[in-house]
Write a protein that binds this ligand. Structure first.
Ligand code: AHM
Ligand code: MG
Length: 334
């Protein structure tokens, strides 16, 4: 299924989904419903994020998640909201979330779902309490197991290249949803006064060159020395590079997608496998990056060629403009 090419700015997300899926006579309508439910959950989370400071939604729940991180109230709200929105219409066979140790399989009456949904419901949690940008990241696969039967881990732990759609929602100064089905990356901005997403960024493409790097340099002492030298070279007086790092992957990625740049989260002493999770952080953003003409690797392999052996498996991540990702990957391969 390909999301459309010929829409003018201002098209609503609903119309966009309806018309692009209508063009596929074999479509059952489930994919359209799935995207509409993502949009609903995104609007609910957006509204809650905007009112968080007033609605007693800041701070932690007092619990720790499977990753050993403290769960924020908004993490929990976003996780529940996306799960409920996707379970009820019977469009998913399985759902994996950063917040849950195990996958969620809908009960029997909802098992007609054809899709597998993997998400980081609220990325950048450490930024919640300071009103900095956070977001939801998601990857969509077609189920492998028989429709109507129970799904299993085999439906979820698969190579990234089997993904059929991916996207993210940014809750920043405005709320934006960016989507792709592999060809064409489109951005929709939420108009909160009418509660609708409108096409604001049709056909996003990464520029061929860029001069921005995004990395947490606080860990530089424990990086691969070749990487340290590469980043150092960008600071020479003759260099014209900028550094930008928010600390929310989704926000750093979005800025680089629109303005150009490379985001790096290499292996560090604290996280020798890298910090970011393959299934619901690296995979969807790699799919979006490639669809926009960019690239993503783990320093050796294309991210979309990886196959996680665990729901929460991690990877180093180098993602953004192809020229820069190729340069860093070649350097680390030497
Ligand atoms: P989270 O999913 O718990 O929010 O953690 C992932 C976040 C990314 O958004 C961000 O790129 C990274 O952690 C920042 O890590 P660090 O603080 O080590 O730079
Ligand atoms: Mg995250």
């Amino acid at each position: 299924m390909q999301l459309g090419h010929h829409f003018e700015e201002g098209t609503t997300l609903d119309r966009f989904i309806f018309e692009t899926t209508q063009a596929h006579p074999e479509a059952t309508g489930q994919f359209a419903t799935l995207l509409q439910q993502v949009s609903l959950a995104a609007r609910m989370v957006s509204s809650r994020v905007n009112r968080a400071g007033l609605a007693g939604m800041l701070g932690g729940t007092g619990e720790m998640n499977v990753q050993g991180e403290f769960v924020q109230k908004l993490d929990e709200y976003a996780n529940d909201t996306f799960k409920k929105a996707l379970e009820h219409p019977g469009v998913i066979a399985a759902l994996a979330s950063e917040e849950d140790a195990k996958p969620f399989y809908p009960p029997e009456r909802f098992r007609s779902g054809r899709y597998v949904f993997c998400m980081d419901p609220l990325d950048g949690s450490s930024n919640i309490d300071v009103n900095a940008t956070i977001g939801t990241i998601f990857a969509i696969f077609r189920r492998k197991s028989e429709i109507g039967g129970p799904a299993s881990m085999d439906d979820i732990l698969r190579p990234g290249k089997e993904m059929i759609a991916a996207g993210y929602v940014i809750y920043g100064s405005g709320t934006i949803m960016v989507l792709t089905t592999g060809r064409g990356v489109h951005g929709f901005t939420l108009d909160p006064t009418v509660g609708e997403f409108f096409l604001s960024h049709p056909d996003i493409k990464l520029k061929p060159t860029a001069r921005t790097y995004s990395v947490n340099e606080g860990y530089a002492a424990t990086w691969d020395p070749r990487l340290r030298a590469w980043v150092e070279s960008k600071k020479e007086p003759s260099a014209t590079w900028s550094a930008r790092y928010i600390g929310s992957l989704v926000a750093d990625f979005h800025r680089n997608l629109l303005k150009g740049g490379i985001f790096l989260y290499p292996a560090t002493k604290k996280n020798p496998e890298g910090k970011l999770r393959i299934l619901y952080e690296a995979f969807p953003l790699a799919f979006l990056a490639e669809a926009a003409g960019g690239a993503a690797t783990d320093g050796k392999n294309r991210i979309l060629d990886l196959c996680p052996d665990d729901l929460h498996a991690r990877t180093p991540l180098f993602i953004g403009n192809k020229e820069l990702v190729d340069e860093v990957t070649a350097l680390l391969a030497e």
